[in-house]
Design a protein around this ligand. Sequence first.
Ligand code: GLU
Length: 400
Amino acid sequence: MSMVQGQGKTPSTDTEKFFSEVAKDKYIPDRTPYVRESRRVVLKLGTKVLLKHKKGESGALHGLARDIVRFRERGYVFSIVTSGAVGFGMDAMGIEARPTDLKKIQALASIGQSLLMQNWNAIFAESGLHTSQILLTYDIIENRKRYLHARDCFRSVFEYGAVPIVNENDSVAVDELKFGDNDTLSALTAILTDADLLVLFTDTDGIHTRNPYRHGDAERIPFIEQVDESVFGLIEDKQNGLSLGGMRSKLLAAQRSAQMGTGVIITQGFEPDLAALLEGADLGTFIRPNHKYEKKRKRWIFFNHKMKGRVIVDRGAEDALVNHSGSLLPGGILGTEGVFERESIVGIYNTADTLIGKGITNYASAEIEQMKGRRTDQLKSESGAVFADEVIHRDNMIVI
Ligand code: GLU
């Protein structure tokens, strides 16, 4: 169990009792030192927050823009991930229930995206800052070249001093190319921009011990050490007509981001107080980052879910990878599954069919089938075609 509640609470459920015991026995965690060190920040805002602003029911986003201007002068770099294309399209067309037909959703997104950008431009107008629209699709994760182009685009936008406003390219994204929700997209944006901090602004002020809409005694959890099953167990998700994500997808995005070294705050976005958040104020829930994957390439591998195939390794290779930071050599490979090209991301499995790692392969599946079980020096003396000793180099691999 890995989360810690605030001090001085009276536990009323088993879960709460457990947390307060954790808090009693261990240190009281403090987000302040980490948050104050953060300079590259991704802010994610949901449809409900944006629509409220558009309808004039909240002026809070002007305050957010002013804070962005102030903190940029102190060397901060911001990106914004915005939802709302479909929601703005629905609003413009007077539609209340989100259609299920993909063509209609795409059309509404194409209508709404420009309105959404108008809204963002109006928010930033008084600040004098330029915005940049970046629309992403899932295939940039699959294709490292496209991923690097997207990363370079962000860098250049930062050099021009503009604020990237990111959304999924909903009007062209079809099922297999979809992130699905902007929470996942914000986790990707955090990797692309090398962010220290991701702030997920939503309709609830963080993660609670129970559903705060239903239980008056629900308590906010200010600090989560690690997002694991016990944390997922706390949320009851509900979808609504406008937003896709819900708290579960926020937690998944937070889990991924934290695992890749980005701290995460989940907090309410109706009255966002960015300045206070960046000073480390105890608002919402902070999820501590972990620095396991410092190498940027490893972050990309970690994020990349879709593996093109499998490489099955023997016990010696498993030991070398898991316990001795070794690379994967042909001699330890028992076989492959699936047909894949060089430079593909593949899963590394042991003989018990357990995924032990992922990595970018130097060789195609057909080549590995020829090389498996053999020593690299033998292979080299037989053929000039061996260009790398490792099938997967340590730097291109993560062990799970
Ligand atoms: N990309 C969608 C939109 O802008 C939103 C997805 C989400 O709500 O997470 O409408």
